[in-house]
Design a protein around this ligand. Structure first.
Ligand SMILES: [Zn+2]
Length: 145
């Protein structure tokens, strides 16, 4: 399988490892058209067969909720970069990753597909996220003694 992609927010306080479950060129690249993503210039990917690991330095995570308040937008508290959106269901976490925010060069020359989710019901949103987003482990490291 494809090599693990690594990246981080602008300052490096939030680091990600994405283990692709298929060739990177076959992963989707979306430009969500919601007001939050447009402001950030988000370019996101997700894949249920891939794996995402997010590691956050102590105190560096802001969780922002908006709209239906069902997901956490993970933002670096130091540099302000939007890294990913995360949903937690029955103890498991799933995310869509902002590849622009973490500087994944493998996506840099691709044109994203515009994505509009405004008219979904809450149930449809949850079903879509569970079927499309990437199983994720989020680790917030503690300050070393
Ligand atoms: Zn940062």
């Amino acid at each position: 399988m494809s090599a693990v992609l690594t990246g981080h927010c602008h300052c490096g306080a939030i680091r990600v490892e994405f283990e692709p479950g298929k060739p990177v060129a076959e992963l989707p690249l979306r430009a969500c058209q919601c007001g939050f993503c447009r402001r950030h210039g988000s370019r996101t990917t997700s894949d249920p067969a891939s794996r995402l690991h997010i590691e956050v330095a102590p105190g560096a995570l802001t969780r922002y909720r908006f709209g239906r308040r069902a997901t956490d937008a993970l933002i670096c508290a130091d540099c302000g970069v939007y890294v990913a959106s995360l949903i937690e269901v029955e103890g498991r976490a799933f995310a869509t990753l902002n590849v622009a925010g973490v500087g994944f060069e493998a996506f840099a020359d691709r044109t994203p597909e515009p994505a509009v989710y405004d008219y979904e019901t809450d149930e449809a949103k949850l079903a879509r996220r569970l079927s499309r987003w990437t199983p994720t482990v989020l680790v917030e490291t503690s300050p070393s003694a």
